[in-house]
Design a protein around this ligand. Structure first.
Ligand code: CP
Ligand code: NVA
Length: 312
């Protein structure tokens, strides 16, 4: 596979920072790398390079995908827990960025405040990859759009309904959909709408791409005729204290067989995982014939490899 050098050196922090052509390039690269891997073709595009991975929050998929992905690309990944590195004892992000830039070729960070990622990117002179913040989860949505492309032949004109909290995943779906011409309808309880600033920026992009974006309170309205039904936990990492209260508000927002009956008959179901089975999604749907959730999880590997191979 001929790897494009167009994105070399770029940070991967928000899908809003990328053009439609650039996002398509990342998805196409992910699909190409997946094909090569399945055919046993080695692709050490990052031989000799090292990725540092700072995790201030837990992770199964993101960590394993970046670590295994880096190995498959011929490089090395370092897991940097805040318990062990000096950042956790108060060393500044600026100094951390300046030092790590002398030793690594890229940094992936998962943290709470989105500003921390921006601060890291401001001082680092190596690519910074956003592995999830309270605001955004862009690497997830590359894997999601890859999955939708595999099932539906593309993302343009696809109708995606996100049912649940207007959270980081919802925000990245809005940004990704808006760039790519995918219609995104968010159904959430009053008071749990997506961030107004994210929505405003996404709407600007949507005017260019023809994507229709909407926020509604009735899940049936969002899911009616949808090609993709997406959900996520009601309480994200860092909101554990609000989980019980949130549950009261989200009971009507469960993705179950009844809700799926109004979606397009060939609709697929996505969930970024981890799931709270029996809460935002039933076992019946998660394990059912319309679920593409475990393909979606696998695609994080290919998507992350594409991001690393293109920017590092
Ligand atoms: N979807 C996702 O990012 O999963 P992890 O939290 O396990 O990385
Ligand atoms: N919204 C979830 C996504 C987890 C991958 C969270 O932030 O916890």
């Amino acid at each position: 596979m001929d790897l494009s050098t167009e994105l070399k050196g770029r940070d991967f922090i928000s899908l809003h920072d990328f053009t439609r052509a650039e996002i398509s390039l990342i998805i196409d690269t992910a699909m190409g790398l997946k094909k090569e891997l399945k055919s046993g073709i080695l692709h050490p595009y990052l031989a000799g390079k090292t990725l540092g991975m700072i995790f201030q929050k837990s992770s199964t998929r993101t960590r394993v995908a970046f670590e295994v992905g880096m190995y498959q690309l011929g490089g090395h990944a370092l897991f940097l827990s805040p318990r062990d590195i000096q950042l956790g004892r108060g060393e500044s992000i600026k100094d951390t960025a300046l030092v790590l830039s002398r030793m690594l070729e890229g940094i992936m960070i998962r943290t709470f405040s989105h500003d921390e990622v921006l601060e890291l990117a401001k001082w680092a002179d190596i690519p910074i990859i956003n592995g999830l913040t309270d605001l955004l989860h862009p690497t997830q949505v590359i894997g999601d759009m890859q999955t939708i492309t595999e099932y539906k032949g593309g993302v343009e004109g696809i109708k995606l309904a996100f049912v649940g909290d207007g959270n980081n995943v919802a925000h990245s779906l809005l940004f990704g959909g808006a760039k790519m011409g995918m219609h995104v309808s968010i159904a959430c309880p009053p008071g749990y709408e997506p961030d107004a600033g994210v929505l405003r920026l996404a709407e600007e992009d949507a005017r260019q791409s023809g994507a229709r974006l909407s926020v509604v309170h009735d899940p049936l309205v969002a899911v009616e005729g949808a090609d993709v039904v997406y959900t996520d936990v009601w309480a994200s990492m860092g909101q554990e204290g609000e989980a019980a209260e949130k549950e009261q508000h989200f009971m009507q927002y469960q993705v179950n067989k009844r809700l799926m009956s109004v979606a397009h008959k060939d609709a697929i179901v996505l969930h970024c995982l981890p799931a709270k089975r029996g809460k935002e999604i039933t076992d019946e749907v998660l394990d059912g014939p319309q679920s593409a959730v475990f393909d979606e999880a696998e695609n994080r590997l290919h998507a992350h490899k594409a991001i690393m191979a293109l920017v590092m």
